[in-house]
Ligand binder design. Structure first.
Ligand code: ADP
Length: 373
């Protein structure tokens, strides 16, 4: 474009100052205006681009539909994008495809209908989002590792039991062998071996449960039975608890399936349960109850206890990171749990109790909809 008038010169400088790509095409989709930002985005010089079909900066599948959109719009007035704006893919001269935000406007000029496209590169935003997602996943994972770390002593004790039992069974077997073999001793040996195998399996299953919990994996949401997931989480937590606490499980049968990342939801349950057990520690008859149910098409997991409840002054910061009343606590559990719940399209709420009532936490999750299925 060469500036013939002052207003044209001004327009060209505006176009070339814009950070976003700005394109104007005619009603046959040929490029009329192509600013400097377009050159940076797409790699074509204005000389290469102007006069060409706009399909040259689109992935080929889009380019084909684009000609059709323009034809349909001209014939019927049906708008696919004009005045709306949306995320689409664009193509660089070197063939790289990348996401852009495209908004399209229309102008009626003496030369006919023209379309103006404003194009924003979405790669920096996507990279930023990916970094935040990765950091969040790392934090969530770190909190799981730290929970297992805190349960360490109790877990070691729990592991020691089956290992001690295996040793005792093996010693008994060895003594039997030394006494000489007959049909009775063979029968006894076989029983002792079976018991030893069973105990070794128990130790193995404790280790594998812990390993699954701390393993670092890409989050993968899937359709699961919530009761089974919660049940496993309760078992894992109980491994790490040596206090005498009655833990009651009230699971609603025939719940609709949940669409979740199982380990992350287990992480919430482990955290709520460990807090509840901690809260009832001083009670003469400590009770923690865990319930699953379906309410208004949503799934709920409630963890309640008969502890002192949450003092009103602790409520405003309860779900904030680093809010803790414990000497060894990091105060991350509830904040991370709520983040996980919300990233699942759910919520974590609390009834603080008090005045003789313990706290009750409710995790709400979406059930699988026919669309997810
Ligand atoms: P942490 O367990 O490391 O302190 P959390 O975020 O899990 O971190 O918990 C924050 C605080 O919330 C706890 O320190 C405790 O004061 C309070 N809290 C959590 N659950 C309960 C409960 N069931 N009863 C009473 N207080 C609770």
């Amino acid at each position: 474009m060469t500036a013939e008038t002052e207003s044209e010169a001004r327009l060209i400088s505006v176009l070339d100052t814009a950070v976003d790509g700005i394109l104007v095409i005619d009603d046959r989709a040929n490029i009329l205006v192509y600013n400097s930002a377009c050159e940076r985005l797409f790699g074509f010089t204005p000389e290469e681009a102007i006069g060409q079909n706009v399909g040259m900066i689109m992935p080929s599948a889009y380019a084909r539909s684009h000609d059709r959109y323009v034809e349909t719009y001209k014939a019927t007035g049906e708008r696919k994008i004009i005045g709306i704006g949306r995320e689409v893919h664009a193509r660089h001269k070197d063939g790289t495809e990348f996401p852009v935000e495209l908004s399209v406007g229309e102008a009626r000029t003496p030369q006919g209908r023209q379309f103006i496209g404003i194009i924003r590169d979405l790669r920096p935003r996507k990279e930023q989002e990916e970094r935040v997602r990765q950091l969040q996943a790392d934090l969530v994972h770190m909190a799981r590792v730290s929970a297992i770390d805190e349960m360490g002593a109790a877990l070691a004790h729990e592991l020691n039991q089956p290992l001690t039992a295996v040793m005792l069974y093996l010693q008994a077997g060895e003594r039997t062998l030394r006494k000489g073999r007959d049909a009775r001793s063979d029968e006894m040996l076989s029983q002792v071996m079976n018991k030893a195998v069973h105990e070794a399996e128990r130790a193995g299953s404790i280790i594998s449960r812990m390993r699954q919990f701390v393993e670092k994996r890409e989050p993968n949401r899937r359709r699961v039975d919530l009761n089974a997931i919660v049940d496993e989480a309760v078992d894992l937590t109980l491994l790490g608890i040596r206090d005498k606490v009655s833990v009651l499980r009230r699971f609603k049968s025939d719940l609709p399936a949940a669409f979740i990342e199982p380990v992350q939801i287990q992480q919430i349950v482990v955290n709520l349960l460990r807090n509840a057990v901690e809260a009832v520690r001083e009670r003469p008859e400590p009770v923690v109850e865990i319930e699953t149910r379906a309410v208004d098409g949503m799934l709920q997991v409630c963890v309640s206890d008969n502890g002192p409840g949450i003092p009103p002054q602790a409520m405003p910061d309860l779900f904030r990171a680093f809010a803790t009343s414990k000497r060894s606590g990091m105060g991350l559990g509830l904040s991370i749990s709520r983040t996980i719940a919300q990233s699942h399209g759910g919520e974590l709420s609390v009834d603080p109790g008090g005045n003789g009532r313990g706290a009750k936490f409710t995790l709400t999750l979406q059930a699988v909809t026919s669309e997810d299925a």
